[in-house]
Ligand binder design. Structure first.
Ligand code: COA
Length: 693
């Protein structure tokens, strides 16, 4: 929805001022998201002053031009010192106005945008609007009264997830919680808000600050209960803890003091390492869509998707496509597997509807758009075909040779391989320019990461199509060059080698897992390996006992599903240290002449992290990843790297490249030539950024 007042006298100000009868219309006009930058804050204060001083004005409307009302504070300003007027100054002026100020909200009111709306004397919003205080996702807390006004406007229990977790709500929820006074159709927003504001002009309105906190019981106990319930999710993060404290202040101290306190804490968090890391990711996750060399290259058509292979990955990919409204032809030669896939897809859609995360009509359409087949010939109409078959070069080459026969000219051919050579796969066709890798992460309908693997001959519009597909299905794409394991798995392999070497040298799986989990990963590598199954890619006939994994498999310890792997599993599925696995590891060490010793946690930490980070630097130097931020996006969205530390490359930057090189040497690993060069020249990681093609 676009609202542009007829007159806009203020010179080049991002805040426009116009009058419509007795209503002053103040419009924030600061594309792309109407962020509350310093000129906007100044403009708002001036416009308010003007409206208050004009005897013809009885009420004031605040609106946003463009797609959304307001995306909040200007994140780009956060690296600079705070400048006056602050948003709190502006909001104080709004609250103090004798003439009612009403916010007309459309699209989204986020962070400072919602704080602005909450300080007004009334709020209307258009259907389809999203309202949130996402500050914690940037390592911050609201800084202009958000933590104090929200629990006065809506029940504390509903304010908690919004403030502490950044959970958004939609217009219907905002209506139910009475966060807004009315929800109207987008076209009717301005007229309704104007009438509403005029209606308030003759009444006495009380500012939100004068209300008590809206709690049905002991407010502090409600906050503590919430903190306890979500302890695991917010562990180690500063912002959620600070948000909980700010909420406690709403009960313990007066409004003005609590708001002042909130601002001080917010400004302090802003310069802290967690917020810097999270802001880095905010920009990196948008940067991935911008590829130097791909400007203006249009994606190919992608409406009909073919998927080859109906195993776990194929099924998850199908779900991701169907949920985004694309039609899917799922091809699988084993009828039982195909049947199971269809049932799993249907069950998932039914669950999504029951949970309220998908409308019934959308689920019905998705199911209607799913076709099943056992014949490659049925892929002739597909715009995009994704192969999700068994991870073997021979199998994949056979499939691509077949696809070359049946796919229409110009169809995109993609492999979901997680580490195989995409050029060798493309070479099985007569159209390598149409081939790329699309590496989904399991479960493919949930995990946000999509590695778009660029083969030597992949055409630019194929890569542009990979990015466009990701946007369509709500994933974060990262373009990777072709090498064994691409970006993520290549680095993971380095961590795995170190972890297994330390096991042989005497560390326990639980000690190593603990280091990774204490860092913030949801699961350590050995628990993860047990969960995935140790027999992935293992075969009894070729097993030679050359690795600890092979020996565990030979002893029937295939992982959690077998009740035994690196760990033993009790009846409840809980991992417990295993004497049997220990004995296998000790025997392995003996056979290989590896002396077992005590490894301290500092050494474990360095060996788990530093070599894999240096592998990231190699990946950058080779151009397999285009930018350091791309690697961070991969690890945070595909491998559980804790967001608030920014990803492995941000971590390297924060620790200092010289320290990284020294740390590697201290564990007996030679730093990569690229790292040595960077350290010698004093250059930053960003100097390794590449362009495509
Ligand atoms: N301050 C400064 N720039 C912002 C911004 C903000 N609050 N929010 C978004 N932007 C920028 C983005 O970085 C992007 O810049 P680019 O085009 O140079 O890459 C541009 O605005 C468009 O954002 P994008 O996310 O690509 O558009 P969208 O339409 O998908 O989403 C929003 C728009 C506002 C919903 C989304 O950007 C968002 O959630 N922003 C963060 C809001 C927030 O956290 N506010 C609280 C700040 S404390």
């Amino acid at each position: 929805m676009t609202h542009r007042p007829a007159a806009a006298p203020a010179m080049m100000s991002p805040v426009l001022y116009a009058c419509d009868g007795a209503v002053a219309i103040v419009s924030i006009d600061n594309p792309p998201v109407n962020a509350l930058s310093l000129p906007v804050r100044r403009g708002l204060r001036e416009a308010l002053g003007r409206a208050v001083a004009d005897p013809a004005v009885k009420a004031i409307l605040i609106v946003g031009t463009g797609r959304i009302f307001c995306g909040g504070a200007d994140i780009r300003e956060f690296d600079r010192a705070a400048a006056a007027p602050s948003l709190t100054d502006v909001l104080d002026a709004i609250e103090a106005s004798r003439k009612p100020v009403v916010a007309a909200v459309h699209g989204a009111a986020l962070g400072g945008g919602l704080e602005l709306a909450m300080a007004c004397h009334g709020r209307l919003c258009a259907t389809g609007t999203r309202l949130a205080l996402p500050e914690v996702t940037l390592g911050l807390i609201p800084g202009a009264g958000g933590t104090q006004r929200l629990p006065r406007l809506i029940p504390l229990r509903d304010a908690l997830p919004m403030i502490v977790m950044g959970k958004p709500i939609d217009a219907a929820q905002a209506d139910r919680l009475e966060l807004v006074d009315q929800v109207v159709a987008p076209d009717a927003l301005i007229d309704s808000a104007r009438d509403y504001a005029l209606g308030l002009a003759d009444r006495e309105v009380h500012p939100v600050r004068s209300r008590p906190v809206n709690a049905d019981g002991d407010a502090l106990a409600i906050i503590d209960g919430f903190a306890q319930e979500h302890r695991a999710r917010i562990l180690g993060q500063e912002a959620p803890a600070a948000a909980l404290d700010a909420l406690r202040n709403a009960i313990r101290i007066g409004f003005d003091e609590a708001v002042a306190n909130e601002r001080t804490v917010s400004l302090k968090l802003r310069t802290g390492p967690q917020s810097v890391a999270l802001r880095h990711l905010h920009f990196a996750e948008r940067e991935v869509f911008k590829l130097p060399g791909l400007d203006g290259v249009a994606a190919r058509r992608m409406e009909r998707v073919g998927i080859v292979g109906a195993g776990t990955m194929g099924t998850g990919i199908a779900l991701a496509m169907l949920s985004a409204g694309l039609s899917v032809m799922l091809v699988e030669q084993q009828p039982a597997v195909l049947c199971r896939a269809r049932d799993a897809i249907e069950a998932r859609l039914v669950r999504d509807v029951a949970k309220g995360s998908m409308a019934r009509a959308q689920a019905d359409t998705a199911l209607r758009q799913l076709e099943l087949s056992d014949a490659y010939q049925d892929l002739g109409e597909a715009d995009l075909i994704i192969e999700a078959a068994y991870e073997s070069m021979g199998v994949k080459q056979d499939i691509f040779a077949m696809l070359d026969q049946v796919a229409r000219t110009g169809a995109i051919l993609a492999s979901n391989t997680s580490y195989l050579d995409i050029d060798a796969i493309a070479a099985a066709t007569r159209r390598p320019q149409d081939v790329m890798g699309l590496h989904f992460f399991s479960p493919a309908n949930i995990m946000r990461l999509l590695e778009v693997v660029r083969g030597r001959e992949s055409a630019p519009d194929i890569i542009a199509s990979g990015l466009s597909l990701a946007r369509k299905i709500g994933k974060v794409p990262v373009v990777a060059g072709n090498c064994h394991g691409f970006i993520g798995n290549r680095m993971l392999a380095v961590r795995r080698i170190e972890a297994e070497a330390m096991l042989a040298e005497g560390a326990t799986p639980q000690a190593i897992d603990r280091i990774i989990e204490a860092f913030g990963f949801p699961m350590g590598p050995f628990r993860m390996a047990d969960l995935a199954g140790l027999d992935l890619g293992w075969s009894a006939t070729t097993s030679s006992g050359a690795t600890i994994r092979e020996r565990l498999n030979e002893a029937g310890r295939h992982g959690q599903k077998a009740g035994a792997g690196f760990y033993d599993y009790d009846i409840a599925g809980k991992a417990v240290p295993s004497l049997a696995a220990d004995a296998i590891v000790r025997r392995y060490a003996q056979d290989h002449g590896i002396a077992q010793r005590l490894i301290d946690s500092e050494e474990m930490h360095d060996r788990l992290f530093l070599p894999m980070i240096d592998e990231g630097i190699r990946i950058l130097a080779e151009g397999v990843a285009l930018r350091p931020g791309d690697i961070d996006v991969v690890w945070v969205n595909g491998y559980g790297w804790p967001r608030h530390t920014g990803g492995p490359m941000h971590f390297a930057r924060a620790m200092g490249l010289g320290n990284l090189a020294d740390g590697l040497r201290s564990i007996g690993v030679a730093p990569s030539p690229a790292l040595q060069k960077l350290v010698a020249s004093g250059a930053s990681l960003d100097t390794l950024a590449q362009s495509i093609g």
